[in-house]
Design a protein around this ligand. Structure first.
Ligand code: PFF
Length: 479
């Protein structure tokens, strides 16, 4: 097999398999788990969505995760460079690597609005700090309704923030600078260090908040909402499309993040067991996050279907009337910030890795240029909440007629470009790439799971993704 091992001069590597898995879990676990999953579950009927989501992860997400990491580990280059090597060594057209550009663009676009949302998180970290100080100053740090605010005032924080582009811009800029700084420091000293410190802290905070929520909140209502599927809803095309899009987004698939991180994994790393661990951890965090958020929301009689405002309006209002809510709110937003940073660095690294390789530029310069780029393009999403709130960029696309710029970029990347790019990856690995190169990379035993994975990647993934994409975009086809 030695002849198949590609090497690139100066290619960085993780210090260990654990570092690789932590960094990849860091990429996967992010705002997608805390903000997007609960809001999508809430908007799509709870249990029905969760059931479809778990199926999408197991049958489509996990096999694709393995496919992406192996492309990177085999090629030892950027996402596009690695796809190009595998295509060439398989005697296939270099057009396959060109298709990887779809993912590259999708991920860069995701980063532009991700940073805006992470900026809101930072804003809530700042305001929660103020609330904790107010609650402590009032002499009743563990009382509800802290800092003399009414629940209505707490709810108003989000519209007030959205109406103020200057405030949003500052927090978006701070988040962009933090992300850029970590990526500029490099794979080992930046991305790996961030994951190794922040992910364990994230898990501790999540366990703490879930325990709190189980004690003070309405756990039974939350569990019923998340785990009792309504099968009528489960087969609706919109639910399928949302669940698939969410699986791609949450597992960082389709855009090449896992190709990029796989390229830094050593030859000894077993990719299939790593992919399983990453997919399991990400799904567990999404469900546990639901079990942290919904009991609190239900216990104060609020509705779970607030959509994207769930985390930034419903939840703070719910925390506000809970004992010790100020502290828990602070812990929650710090946790969300940790999750967001370890994901945004992976989004930036994909582009940085490719630009460095393609244009032979240094890491600090490349990170700074792309950092500035995503910050500036992010303003489009940022202004769609205020200055450009009336603009509807995609009136011609079914399902997007009323979408603002922010909704359009989020929806088109998550529901369209990532699945499309994943579909291409599945076809490439399942049908085009040379099995003799691909199979040994998986770490799967020939007689056992290898045929199962091959069936999933060659048949189930492409068919399911193509059908869901088609019916999601054109629901009239089956109604
Ligand atoms: N998986 C991240 C989340 O759930 O927040 C978002 C993400 C990161 C998407 C990296 C895509 C990506 F390449």
């Amino acid at each position: 097999m030695a002849g198949n091992v590609n090497s690139a001069p100066g290619q960085a590597h993780w210090s260990s398999r654990a570092a690789f898995v932590l960094a990849a879990v860091g990429s996967a676990v992010g705002l997608g788990n805390l903000w997007r999953f609960p809001s999508e579950a809430g908007a799509n009927g709870g249990g029905a969505f969760v059931l479809i989501y778990v199926l999408c992860v197991a049958l489509i997400g996990a096999p694709l995760l393995l496919a992406e990491t192996l492309i990177g580990r085999h090629g030892q280059r950027s996402t596009i460079g690695s796809a190009a090597i595998l295509a060439k060594q398989s005697g296939a057209s270099s057009g396959w690597a060109a298709l990887a550009v779809i993912g590259l663009i999708a991920n860069f676009l995701i980063l532009t609005f991700y940073s805006v949302v992470a900026g809101w998180v930072l804003y809530y970290v700042a305001t929660s700090l103020g609330d904790v100080a107010g609650a402590v100053a009032s002499g009743q740090p563990f009382a509800g309704a802290y800092a003399g605010l009414t629940t209505e005032q707490v709810r108003a924080q989000m519209p007030d923030l959205f109406a103020d582009p200057g405030k949003m811009l500052i927090f978006h800029a701070v988040f962009a600078i933090i992300t850029t700084f970590i990526v500029a420091r490099g794979v080992k000293s930046g991305i790996e260090v961030a994951a190794v410190w922040l992910m364990p802290a994230f898990f501790l905070l999540l366990i703490g908040i879930t325990a709190y929520s189980a004690v003070v909140g309405d756990l039974a209502a939350a569990a019923a909402f998340l785990f009792q599927p309504d099968f009528q809803r489960a087969i609706q095309p919109q639910v399928l499309n949302s669940a698939l899009g969410q699986a791609f987004f949450s597992l960082s698939l389709g855009g090449g993040a896992m190709v990029a991180y796989g390229a830094y994994a050593s030859r000894e790393t077993n990719l299939s067991s790593s992919a399983g661990t990453i997919a399991f951890a990400d799904t567990a965090v999404a469900i546990v996050a639901g079990l942290a958020i919904f009991p609190i929301v239900f216990s104060v009689g609020l509705s779970p279907d607030a959509g994207p405002t769930l985390m930034f309006q419903t939840l703070p209002a719910a925390f506000h009337s809970m004992p010790g809510g100020a502290l828990v709110a602070l812990a929650f937003f710090v946790l969300a910030f940790f999750a967001a940073v370890t994901s945004s660095v992976s989004l930036l690294e994909i582009g940085v890795g490719w630009v460095m390789e393609r244009f032979k530029l240094g890491r600090v310069l490349t990170s700074s240029l792309l950092g500035l780029g995503f910050f500036l393009i992010g303003l489009v999403s940022l202004f769609s909440f205020n200055i450009w709130a009336d603009q509807r960029p995609l009136p011609f696309l079914p399902g997007f007629e009323n979408a603002t710029w922010f909704d359009a970029i989020d929806g088109v990347t998550g529901k369209l470009l990532l699945p499309l790019s994943g579909l291409i990856t599945a076809i490439f690995i399942g049908w085009v790439a040379d099995k003799k190169l691909v199979d040994p990379e998986t770490g799967l035993r020939p007689g056992r799971f290898l045929p199962l994975w091959r069936a999933l990647i060659a048949w189930v993934c492409p068919l399911a993704v193509a059908l869901i994409l088609l019916f999601g975009l054109f629901p009239q086809l089956i109604s």
